[in-house]
Design a protein around this ligand. Structure first.
Ligand code: NOJ
Length: 716
């Protein structure tokens, strides 16, 4: 619902603006070193609507309030407000992706926590810190669904599942924006990258995505839809093309689908230089063509390349572009500025953030996201009286554990794994090796029966594709060497994405997947290793055995013959591959605990509903009792999957339609209830319409996507 008072103020302002000033509002300027004088001049002329604060003087604050951006941000704002003709405040945006000074886990690791409430709280904390540095707009959350861990940016999103992605996306938007965007500590969120960027062919960044409308709507769109429903204020268009059309110039995607169908009423910003890149993509001949095509498609603000500012006046003057299109774009940008309260409070309002509370939250998020992949014979947790040799090049690491996009993270606040073990478990008989190369390091701890290898990779992200997902050869050599002497071998892995562990996995007794989990990564890993925290993370992306299995994802459609596909228990006659199986090494939703959970007493409140009842909002309720049968408190992520048995289009063998994280003390039990209605049972069919079709739906409930079948419901 638009606010009529704001719309009136926009009308008044628009009526006073020259076309040049309007284009200024659509211009998002970068601030590389050397541009400072020019930018001051442009601000006076009303030629800058927003700054992207990743560069130049908007550099890292290193957590020291004396070094922060506040002064600079206020100085530039003063020029916009006091020296430009109309005094329109400038909007500062930044890639505040998974933390500001306190770094939270990468989004993929937060998705592994299966806890939207925690994600909401995390982004509330993150916003508060960023707002203290003058940032009122974050280019986040990234909600690109990805089925390809070769794509470096899969770490910035929520994994392979549209349902989980939708819950996480909405939570992040709510965390950033709060209930009232005008409060000083809230930021406008930006859903990116709209759309289909996660479907990059071969995981190659900046290349193409080939997506049918069916796949787009059923898999890639739901997260954006749920973000819009949560009140999202901005969207970033993506670099990629879909089926021959760059999203930056797609009227269908940016206007018909996003605005007319989903009802988005905030503004769209291009990705960095992506307006100009329409020339590189071969659909625009000149800069003017590129600018006209993207503004007409629905890109309101032009990030960095100044294509709008430099070209659109002439396009209007010579009749190729209707000024009303520019007016509409300006209206949307001003709307968000008014909603942010920038006209009333353009300057930074600093209030000290509770950094200790934020660190505690970041620790919880890190612990919840870490996934115990394997634990043979209860190899973990370690006991403090057990002599343990630690080695590996992530023993002394901090910043590489932060993950991609941590522009303002404070390195000094993080412990290394060695420090975390020593501080949190001073009695532990731990021995740390410090040689320079992996193998020599190992020799330093060989005498321990239990060996922990801390291994990992660089922060992933943009332009960080990997053609090989097997871990590097020196890590494999270390693992093989360690296996020859260690009685118990534990792998603690710090990679941002799934890796193909097929070759080395059998060599380990236990594997803890720690991701890049921000400031508190090492503390969380140490707490789980020594059993202070019971692991509870679940995989938001399938783990392949070998790179060649990619794409591999749990919500695949049935094959036309019996083949050894993702779900290995089905009888099969044919094989997907002659050299491996069709099943992943670890499926979506997988994650172990130090305790055990028993599922029982599944009950359905009803098993039949008519189409009218479903369309009218009625639901099936499915309940299950979950009991902690082990001897320590733990969290279980109870997951509900469905399969639409026969439909007009091929439907997935399983699709997640509900989950709940519960905490159970030993012996305790809880009943969890899932509601299955139109949203859960429906899909976008051939006509592009969302509907639930008649017929049977199998229901599966359990602790991963390999959950057992528990019954069925029918739309009669
Ligand atoms: C390019 C990236 O694709 C996008 O995610 C980011 O927000 C912008 N650059 C701005 O840094």
């Amino acid at each position: 619902m638009l606010n009529p008072e704001i719309e009136k103020k926009i009308d008044e302002l628009l009526s006073k603006m020259t076309l040049h000033e309007k284009l200024g509002q659509l211009n998002q300027q970068s601030n590389e070193h050397g541009m400072e004088a020019e930018n001051r001049e442009m601000l006076k002329n009303g030629e800058i609507g927003s700054f992207i604060c990743n560069t130049g003087h908007f550099g890292p604050t290193d957590g020291n309030p004396a070094h922060n951006n506040r002064k600079y941000v206020n100085e530039l704002q003063k020029i916009a407000v006091e020296e430009s003709r109309l005094g329109i405040p400038v909007l500062y945006g930044k890639d505040v992706i998974h933390g500001h000074n306190v770094v939270f886990p990468i989004p993929l690791a937060m998705a592994a926590g299966f806890d939207p409430d925690l994600v909401r709280d995390a982004y509330t904390a993150i916003s508060e810190e960023a707002a203290n540095d003058g940032i009122r707009w974050s280019f986040s959350p990234m909600m690109d669904l990805s089925r390809d861990p070769r794509w470096g940016r899969c770490v910035e999103g929520y994994g392979e599942d549209p349902y989980l992605g939708s819950k996480m996306a909405a939570a992040a938007v709510e965390g950033f924006q709060g209930d009232d965007l005008s409060r000083r500590e809230n930021l406008a969120a930006c859903a990116k990258h709209y759309i289909g960027y996660g479907a990059m062919e071969g995981g190659r960044d900046y290349q193409k995505s080939e997506l049918s409308d069916y796949a787009l709507r059923n898999y890639y769109l739901p997260a954006f839809k749920s973000a819009v429903d949560a009140g999202l204020r901005t969207v970033m268009s993506s670099f990629n093309e879909i089926s021959g059309e760059p999203t930056t110039s797609s009227h269908y995607l940016l206007t018909e689908l996003l605005r007319d169908e989903l009802g988005f009423d905030g503004f769209v910003v291009s990705d960095y230089n992506s307006v100009l890149q329409l020339k590189k993509q071969g659909v625009a001949e000149t800069n003017a063509d590129a600018a006209r095509m993207s503004v007409s498609a629905g890109v309101d603000m032009d990030m960095a390349d100044r294509c709008y500012l430099r070209n659109l006046e002439k396009e209007v003057a010579e009749g190729r572009l209707d000024e009303s299109i520019v007016d509409e774009a300006v209206r949307r940008v001003l709307r968000v500025k008014f909603e942010l309260g920038l006209f009333e409070n353009p300057y930074v309002h600093y209030e000290e953030a509770d950094i200790d509370a934020h660190k505690a939250l970041a620790l919880r998020a890190a612990e919840q996201g870490m996934v115990l992949l394997k634990n043979k014979n209860g190899a973990l947790p370690l006991s403090e009286s057990e002599p343990v040799g630690f080695t590996g090049d992530f023993l002394k690491e901090t910043w590489r554990m932060f993950g991609a996009w941590t522009l303002d993270g404070v390195n000094e606040w993080a412990n290394t794994l060695e420090e975390a073990v020593r501080k949190n478990f001073p009695e532990a008989k731990a021995n740390f090796s410090h040689a320079n190369n992996l193998i020599d390091r190992y020799d330093g701890v060989m005498e321990s029966d239990t060996v922990v290898l801390a291994l990992g990779g660089h922060p992933e992200g943009e332009a960080s594709g990997l053609a090989t997902l097997e871990i590097p050869e020196d890590q494999k050599a270390l693992i093989k060497k360690a296996r020859m002497s260690a009685k118990k071998l534990v792998g603690v892995f710090f990679y941002g994405r799934p890796m193909a562990l097929g070759e080395v996995e059998p060599l380990f007794d236990a594997i803890l997947w720690c991701w890049h989990s921000g400031t508190m990564t090492a503390d969380a890993a140490a707490n789980i290793l020594y059993g202070k925290t019971n692991p509870s993370g679940r995989l938001p992306m399938s783990f392949p055995r070998v790179t060649g299995q990619i794409p591999i994802y749990y919500n695949c459609t049935p094959s036309c013959r019996n083949v050894d596909e993702y779900y290995p228990k089905e009888p099969f006659m044919y094989k997907n591959y002659r050299d491996t199986t069709g099943a992943p090494l670890y499926p979506f939703g997988h994650g172990l605990s130090y305790t055990a959970f028993e599922y029982s007493d599944v009950s359905f409140d009803k098993t039949e509903l008519s189409p009218e009842e479903i369309n009218g909002g009625k639901c099936f309720e499915v309940s299950v009792k979950v009991k902690n049968t082990g001897d320590r408190t733990g969290d279980e992520v109870v997951q509900c999957y469905i399969r639409d048995k026969v439909a007009s289009m091929m439907r997935p063998l399983r699709q997640l339609e509900g989950f709940e994280r519960i905490t159970l003390a030993p012996g305790e039990e809880k009943t969890v209830t899932f509601r299955l209605g139109l949203g859960e049972l429906g899909f976008y069919g051939k006509n592009g319409k969302f509907a639930a079709e008649k017929g049977d739906f199998t229901v599966f409930i359990g602790g991963s996507s390999y959950a057992p079948e528990v019954g069925k419901v029918t739309i009669i």
